[in-house]
Design a protein around this ligand. Structure first.
Ligand SMILES: O=[N+]([O-])c1ccc(OS(=O)(=O)O)cc1
Length: 497
């Protein structure tokens, strides 16, 4: 939410300032804008970030199926048999705070029956941002945990980086569902077990960052800056801060991990760490015990990072010119059989071009591997690749800068579906970057927390979408179904301006 509070001005009495209206695309005509014959037959799955409804629309922009849930939503994944998993914003989430707050994962049948749910929203933990459904039906979750200022200090984090509320590193848990609710945690990985610091030689995790790219610098981040109380109250009133935000927990969220994907062929997990402007890959073939250390698993490296990319300054190699990612989102492996299979796609929200101008970009990279399938980590210098394999860069004129949220994924025919999240704009592009389908969501979510505030700190970004997924016509969940526009179509709202 820092990104947002940097740009948002106080709305004057009775309206949203013109520059915000532009940035949030509130002045744009909504609905379908472009559908060419090259648009890929199928449907698009998405929801507004402030809504509890998930829509499946056809290429004409008509809703052909909807799931009504009871909470505000983030990510969602459609299974081959038509079941839908969603990340839900639990209204009882306490302590933790930030864009992407969730607290529950829920499973619905195609017809909208709640089949299973798992809640993790308490004093000690809050699941947030994203999850992954594994082929065996287990669910990988990104979870904040809480460390007191004393614990952070003892682990080597410097005092100027420790908010009064302490810090919230992430852990990844794998939950084996038990129907109809709850589950058993069968695997865990804690970022906190893999930290390094180069400040205090008396602590066991002392080391030279550039010698240990497999470790995470515990002193990442900027000096904690508390907003002045008036500024903070104004931001709150404008909806720029998430629930539970206090002056004392600004900066507690160390990583803001906002995407997770699982690769069953490699038995690895990829994470997007926007506060580092990096993506990290970890081994999942370890036991929980091995995941806490540096040995074991297929890689032999336990839970240490197997691979990282995007900003080598985080391990003290290279300089600003070697930073490629900027507060990125939605890292995913390209699926087997798809053009670019095995590569990673990333929505690089704030890519700085050679002129220093910031654009949003979809970035596809090919992580370098040796003949044994091990990532190539050089003795010195940035971890490769030096350049992406493919990119699409928004031009900031017809295209928008999408500073936060957003998503992108490769399709089977080599096209890419993009979601410019803050503006709620979805586009399909070809490999050559030709736009073949362009849709501007007309839906402003109406789901509210018990205190009447929206579930996420979208501020003026009323059409915001966290994730969108293209569902091809031959996807088993929709194949053979006669999907027609529902009647009536869901209600749309105009932004209050
Ligand atoms: O405003 N939101 O709704 C919001 C903001 C930030 C956020 O985190 S991010 O990493 O996905 O940008 C999630 C939701």
């Amino acid at each position: 939410q820092d990104q947002q509070s940097d740009v948002a001005e106080a709305p004057p009495e009775g309206g949203i300032p013109p520059e915000m209206v532009k940035m949030a695309a509130l002045d744009q005509e909504r609905g379908l804008r472009l559908k060419t014959e090259n648009a890929t037959p199928g449907y698009i799955l998405f929801s507004s970030l402030t809504s509890s409804d998930v829509y499946l629309i056809d290429l004409d922009g008509k809703v052909v199926h909807e799931w009504k849930t009871n909470f505000g939503l983030g990510s969602h994944y459609l299974m081959e048999d038509g079941r839908l998993y969603v990340h839900s914003r639990d209204p009882e989430a306490v302590v933790f705070s930030g864009g992407g707050m969730a607290g529950r994962v829920q499973e619905f049948s195609w017809d909208g029956e709640l089949l299973w749910e798992y809640k993790l929203a308490n004093q000690d933990n809050l699941m947030h941002h994203d999850f992954a459904v594994m082929p065996n039906g287990n669910i990988l979750l990104i979870v904040w945990e809480s460390k007191t200022p004393e614990e952070a200090m003892a682990a080597g984090r410097m005092p100027h980086l420790i908010p009064k509320a302490g810090v919230w590193p992430d852990k990844i848990i794998e939950v084996k569902p038990t129907k109809p609710s709850g589950g058993e945690i069968v695997w865990e990985w804690y970022a906190w077990d893999h930290m390094i610091q180069d400040v205090n030689p008396d602590l066991p995790n002392y080391g030279k960052l550039s010698d240990h790219p497999e470790r995470i610098n515990i002193n990442n981040g900027d000096t904690i800056r508390q907003p002045d109380p008036e500024e903070f109250e104004r931001g709150k009133a404008q909806g720029q801060y998430a629930a539970n935000a206090t002056i004392d927990n600004m900066g507690s969220d160390m990583f803001h991990t906002n995407a997770i994907d699982y690769n069953p062929e490699l038995d690895q997990i990829v994470l997007s760490i926007p506060d580092f402007s990096e993506i990290w890959i970890i081994d999942h073939s370890t036991t929980t015990e091995e995941a806490s250390g540096s040995t074991g698993g297929k890689s032999g490296k336990g839970g240490d990072l197997l691979y990282r990319w995007g900003n080598p300054q985080e391990y003290n190699r290279g300089d600003t010119t070697d930073q490629y990612l900027g507060f990125e989102h939605d890292v995913r492996w390209i699926l087997p059989g798809y053009p670019g299979e095995g590569d990673l796609t990333i929505f690089n929200n704030n890519f700085k071009d050679a002129d220093g101008e910031t654009h949003s970009q979809v970035t596809q990279i090919t992580p370098p591997m040796d003949a044994d399938g091990k990532y190539i980590i050089p003795e010195s210098g940035p971890i490769g690749p030096e350049k992406p394999t493919w990119t699409y860069t928004a031009n900031n004129e017809g295209d928008y800068l999408a500073m936060f949220i957003s998503s992108a994924h490769r399709m089977k025919n080599g096209h890419t579906l993009m979601n410019f999240g803050p503006q709620g704009r979805l586009q399909e592009i070809t490999e050559d970057g030709e736009v073949v389908w362009d849709y501007w969501s007309p839906y402003i979510g109406q789901w509210k927390l018990p205190d009447g505030t929206p579930p996420q700190p979208v501020g003026p970004f009323m059409y915001a979408i966290f994730r969108a997924t293209h569902i091809p016509v031959d996807h088993p969940a929709v194949a053979g179904k006669e999907l027609q526009p529902i009647d009536p179509q869901p209600a749309t709202q105009k932004p209050p301006m």
